[in-house]
Design a binder for this molecule. Structure first.
Ligand SMILES: Cc1cc2nc3c(=O)[nH]c(=O)nc-3n(C[C@H](O)[C@H](O)[C@H](O)COP(=O)(O)OP(=O)(O)OC[C@H]3O[C@@H](n4cnc5c(N)ncnc54)[C@H](O)[C@@H]3O)c2cc1C
Length: 271
């Protein structure tokens, strides 16, 4: 049969001659100030002239990889002020375990930290009828950034899980925004469980729904099933992923995520 066939030698040559991706720049910034947003969350404002090098951040889930020695931790950029050369990151304070949470809890003006990025991939679609925004506190910064970006009058159904009433935050809301705060102390359930139940049992408006759903990995499987199989939201209108997993540090979660996703897709999509 006529056609173009590539020999194994060609592939080896192609691999050898493919230019390596240039390393992503590592930028070092300093803590300018901190603000305790709630018992479980601290905002760290980072500043430095290197921030002038960042592109405009037009998405609402922009994230950076903060460097702690050889390992990184992923955090949403809550806001970027190019003129002031500052970015804000809102950290969940989740106890003494880990690197980033304890670092943020003790951060002092002048402390330095390096990061790579930003990356990101999502912003609310201007023409969606309903924006369904769902997150635990790790995704609260990204949900808050999305609410900041929504046009006046855009309809949003927001489900946010926090530890207690004291962890509820002030958000930019309009008459068309409905926020449901889910409190773990009221339900006595694990991370993401009460949030999952709240979304599964909610009576949501019908129409062209767009969904942003992030947080503890344990809520991702049931909510993905609910969105795709029960609600029939088109896949291209959904951003869903686990930001962290109970009992695993970020390295452990990231290295098992591929298998987690493959298993979920096999179960739910029959792949
Ligand atoms: C794209 C993206 C954006 C993110 N944005 C944010 C953000 O803006 N703010 C934010 O706080 N987090 C965010 N996260 C989640 C954050 O990266 C993880 O929570 C990370 O594991 C925290 O690192 P650590 O060093 O504090 O704890 P690790 O060393 O990773 O983990 C130590 C222990 O703490 C537990 N743990 C980790 N996170 C939490 C938590 N939130 N609550 C309770 N226990 C926890 C782990 O299961 C583990 O047992 C984001 C993640 C992704 C992928």
């Amino acid at each position: 049969m006529p056609g173009i066939y590539a020999t194994p030698e060609f592939f080896i040559l192609a691999v050898m001659t493919t230019p390596a991706r240039p390393p992503r720049p590592v930028r070092t910034v300093s803590v300018v100030r901190t603000e305790r947003l709630s018992p479980a969350m601290v905002r760290v404002v980072l500043g430095g002239d290197v921030l002038a090098e960042l592109p405009d951040l037009t998405l609402t889930d922009h994230y950076v990889k903060l460097k702690f020695g050889d390992v990184t931790r992923t955090y949403t950029v809550r806001w970027f002020d190019r003129e002031a050369r500052e970015i804000a990151i809102d950290f969940v304070i989740h106890g003494d375990e880990g690197l980033a949470g304890p670092w943020a809890a003790g951060a002092q003006p002048g402390d330095e930290i390096s990061f790579v990025g930003p990356g990101g991939g999502w912003a609310p679609r201007a023409d969606a009828d309903i924006h369904l925004l769902v997150g635990d506190e790790s995704a609260l910064p990204a949900v808050a950034a999305a609410l900041d970006a929504l046009p006046v009058g855009a309809r949003a159904e927001v489900f946010l899980e926090v530890g207690s009433a004291a962890d509820q935050q002030h958000l930019r809301l309009t008459d068309a925004t409905q926020v449901h705060w889910i409190r773990r102390d009221e339900h006595g359930m694990g991370y993401g469980e009460a949030l999952t139940y709240a979304v599964q049992t909610a009576t949501l408006p019908t129409g062209d729904i767009e969904a942003f759903v992030h947080g503890n990995a344990d809520m991702i499987k049931p909510l993905r099933h609910h969105l795709f199989n029960e609600m029939g939201v088109p896949r291209e209108h959904v951003s869903i992923s686990g930001y962290w997993r109970t009992g695993l540090n970020e390295d452990g979660w990231q290295s098992s995520k591929h298998e987690f996703v493959a298993q979920m897709e096999a179960e739910q999509d029959g792949l």
